[in-house]
Write a protein that binds this ligand. Sequence first.
Ligand SMILES: [Cu+2]
Length: 93
Amino acid sequence: MKKLMALIMLPMIFGTSSLVAEIRTVSLKVDNMTCAACPYIVKKSLLSLEGVSQASVDYDQKTATVTFDDDKSSVAKLTASKAKAGYPSALME
Ligand SMILES: [Cu+2]
């Protein structure tokens, strides 16, 4: 009976792995940053997204480094938010 329970529990344990928050950090290339205020706007738009815990923007390199919860956000959501703010961006490989 214990063995049967273990067999039933296994998929439950491994099945929850997709529910566990996966924290990802990605770098994005950001277009249209033309003045010193732009990085702040980009950073604000990123931090306003659900699941984003950290965002830093490098004006000189024209990049943004974002840490987010993969279950609550996605690279697509990050780039969509920035595009909406006027800064198209793409994931850096
Ligand atoms: Cu600007």
